[in-house]
Design a protein around this ligand. Structure first.
Ligand code: PMP
Length: 446
């Protein structure tokens, strides 16, 4: 493949954009593919190279790059009426009604513009509503570029994970290992009265998709109920992807107090939301006194794209299709690496999939983990697979970065930049795309 144009564009970008990009993960080395356009389940880069695309905008593009006519028409009609108004529009109400009809925890929504803004607002709402300060998060979870969650370490030793985040933020955040029943119990024993919320992804989508073990979310639900803390599910990635229109909470059967959304809810345009019962949501200004506001919030074009995307998914067999292909990818990859186990683990559910390179012998992951091929790859709660963020963070990111991802790119398969971030199947992907993808995985491992 020729990459000259991408290389030249990256060279120009490095002079005017820090690191040459506007979101850190995009800066794949030695230079990223600059994308010119999408085509169904594929992207075409500035040099004309075509890739099967499993990045899918990092999750928002449930329907792929060619939007169905109904979605395209709604977006174009909204745009031709004028970009935005700073006044309410009917489409915000319609999207809120649609989401409230389908997602168990949602009665009301406040729309924002991104996943980060959604989690920032949810954390402020939880603190304002409960009058408490501390937030519990999962190690290996990700909730966007926000101060309260850019925190590493553990319950005894939380520290900010980025320069620029004052240590005082970390003092209000308690990181715990995901799926660790004793650790969360202990945190509630010590800090129960101070905890405003437990904030967790239903499954750790930013750590390859580590699933919850049986009973973990139920335990979180109980502990929050007993102490008066709120349970917040960050469904920015899983929302309208895992569990279809009910989201992961519907599939898991655990109802959080608050839910954060972004990605698919904007149908490929910048949108996010915080959802929950009126009793809590009405604490937001102007109904209540927890300040929240935004010039672009409820942007009509993004609302139209989100609503028509979800309507299309509701009226067609989108979830059957993407989940079937997701399962084919997980089982297919598991077969390919089966004789190399236990060096690999396949994670994911529904339309998410990821092959994790575990570092043989370096951690107890080898004992803890029966490799993916021996599991049922579509089950949510594998008995023997990585259970915490740390289990996955010990994977060989170097081999992924330097060898695997670039090799797959040369084979025409576009994967997420990071060994730890999930990959996504869209409605536009075909059986042929999956076959071709599995051939590329096979070739690499042979
Ligand atoms: N929460 C989760 C679970 C996410 O996956 C992400 C982004 N990948 C975010 C929050 C932040 O969303 P955004 O990038 O739209 O700010």
């Amino acid at each position: 493949m020729n990459h000259e144009t991408s290389r030249d564009l990256y060279d120009r970008a490095l002079s005017v954009l820090p690191g040459g990009v506007n979101s850190s993960v995009r800066a794949t080395q030695p230079y990223p593919a600059f994308i010119e356009r999408g085509d169904g389940g594929h992207v075409i880069d500035a040099d004309g190279n075509r890739y099967i695309d499993y990045v899918m905008g990092y999750g928002p593009l449930l329907l792929g790059h060619d939007l169905p006519e109904s979605v395209r028409a709604a977006i174009q009609s909204s745009m031709s009426d004028g970009p935005m108004y700073g006044a309410p529009t009917e489409i915000e109400v319609e999207l809120a009604e649609f989401v409230a009809r389908h997602v168990p925890s949602v009665e009301m929504l406040r729309f924002v513009n991104s996943g980060t803004e959604a989690t920032v607002s949810a954390v402020r709402l939880a603190r304002g509503y409960t009058g408490r300060g501390k937030i519990v998060v999962m190690q290996g979870g990700y909730h966007g570029a926000q101060e309260s969650t850019l925190v590493a370490g553990d319950a005894e030793n939380a520290r900010s994970s980025s320069p620029g985040v004052p240590q005082t933020f970390a003092e209000h955040t308690i990181p715990v290992p995901f799926n660790d029943s004793e650790a969360i119990e202990e945190v509630f024993e010590t800090h129960g009265e101070e905890i405003a919320a437990v904030l967790t992804e239903p499954l750790l989508g930013n750590t390859a998709g580590v699933p919850p073990v049986e009973g973990y979310h139920e335990q979180l639900r109980e502990l929050c109920d007993e102490s008066g803390a709120l349970l917040i599910f960050d469904e920015v990635m899983t929302g309208f992807r895992v569990g279809g229109l009910q989201c992961a909470q519907g599939k898991l059967g655990v109802t959080p107090d608050l839910t954060t959304f972004a990605k698919i809810i904007g149908g490929g345009f910048p949108a996010g939301a915080v959802g929950g019962p009126a009793e809590i949501l009405e604490s937001f200004t102007p109904a209540g006194d927890v300040f929240q506001s935004g010039t672009f919030s409820g942007h009509p074009v993004a609302m139209a794209a989100g609503l028509e995307t979800l309507r299309y998914a509701a009226e067609n067999d989108v979830y059957d299709h993407v989940n079937r292909l997701g399962k084919q990818l997980r089982t297919g990859i598991a077969d390919i690496v089966s004789d190399r186990a236990p060096g690999y683990t396949i994670l994911g559910t529904d339309s998410m999939f990821k092959l994790v390179f575990t570092r043989a012998g370096a951690t107890d992951i080898d004992e803890a983990c029966i490799p993916g091929y021996r599991q049922t790859p579509d089950s949510d709660c594998f008995d023997h697979c990585p259970k915490t963020g740390a289990d996955v963070e010990s994977a060989e990111t170097d081999r992924w970065d330097r060898l695997f991802r670039p090799a797959m790119k040369e084979e025409g398969v576009f994967l997420t930049a990071n060994q730890l971030e999930s990959q996504f199947v869209s409605d536009a992907h075909t059986d042929e795309d999956v076959e071709q993808t599995l051939e590329a995985y096979k070739e690499f491992f042979e």
